[in-house]
Design a protein around this ligand. Structure first.
Ligand SMILES: CC(C)(COP(=O)(O)OP(=O)(O)OC[C@H]1O[C@@H](n2cnc3c(N)ncnc32)[C@H](O)[C@@H]1O)[C@@H](O)C(=O)NCCC(=O)NCCS
Ligand SMILES: Nc1ncnc2c1ncn2[C@@H]1O[C@H](COP(=O)(O)OP(=O)(O)OP(=O)(O)O)[C@@H](O)[C@H]1O
Length: 202
């Protein structure tokens, strides 16, 4: 039987990847929109040429790969440029996600995306799990992981749905304000529940 699809979302640094890892360890097939966003701009793919045409050669590294830090600076200080990039990449990211999900063979599969609510990717899924983390903890964990500045993390959060907006779309919530052992216990609880569902519904 074709798996039903769970959407897993949360803001930057909320813990989506850590939660997804817990589901992967339990045999669930996972596709991550951030990974798909990397595949569509690999050297030789048409989207990379469009980005260079639009933003100029400064967004390329010497080896011909996208300079992600340079592009991040450009799009999170200018909403119009961010929307231009999203209108180019989101349809391509959507196509990649559909292809990978079509090959999934676990009882249910997961689409991990920071922009599940904002980008309309939610419509590819049957159920939404929100990883909910207090904003200050999101900032703290992201800075520790990426060595980025607080200002940059807050600018990215400004470009994302608010916590309240995301929670409005949640069927299930994982409160990620405790330690990793708690996170794993929550994944176990949710996985046991998801295995009882048919098409994402009880
Ligand atoms: C700007 C880019 C090159 C920066 O790359 P970088 O390697 O530094 O970050 P990465 O892609 O791993 O994203 C890190 C986090 O930033 C946030 N983020 C990325 N893009 C966006 C966006 N358009 N709007 C809001 N938040 C975003 C997410 O929380 C994401 O998890 C990259 O994020 C990108 O291409 N973004 C546009 C495509 C997109 O919208 N991707 C999000 C998944 S659909
Ligand atoms: N409960 C927790 N306790 C301690 N550290 C945590 C917890 N949850 C996540 N982390 C850590 O916080 C950081 C951010 O988590 P993670 O990378 O999973 O977030 P994300 O939502 O995938 O972020 P992004 O949107 O930027 O891709 C990571 O270093 C992760 O190991």
């Amino acid at each position: 039987m074709k798996p039903w699809i769970l959407g897993l979302t949360g803001g930057i640094g909320s813990g989506k990847s850590a939660v997804a890892q817990g589901f992967i360890e339990r045999g669930v097939h996972v596709v991550d929109a951030d990974h798909a966003a990397r595949w569509v701009v690999e050297p030789g793919r048409p989207a990379l040429a469009r980005i260079v045409e639009h933003f100029g050669g400064d967004v390329l590294q010497a080896n011909g790969e996208l300079d992600r830090a340079a592009l991040r600076k450009l799009i999170f200080t200018d909403p119009e440029q961010r929307r231009w990039l999203e209108s180019l990449l989101h349809p391509l990211i959507g196509q990649e996600i559909v292809q990978v999900l079509a090959r999934a063979e676990s009882p249910y599969a997961i689409l991990v995306s920071p922009l599940l609510v904002e980008s309309g990717q939610r419509h590819m899924t049957q159920r939404t799990l929100v990883v909910d983390t207090p904003a200050d903890l999101q900032v703290q964990r992201t800075i520790a992981r990426d060595q980025s500045s607080e200002e940059q993390v807050r600018a990215i959060m400004q470009a994302q749905a608010s916590r309240e907006e995301r929670l409005r779309h949640a069927d299930d919530v994982l409160n990620n304000d405790r330690d990793l052992a708690w996170l794993d216990a929550e994944v176990e609880r949710l996985h046991t529940f998801y295995l009882t569902l048919r098409g994402g519904q009880s």
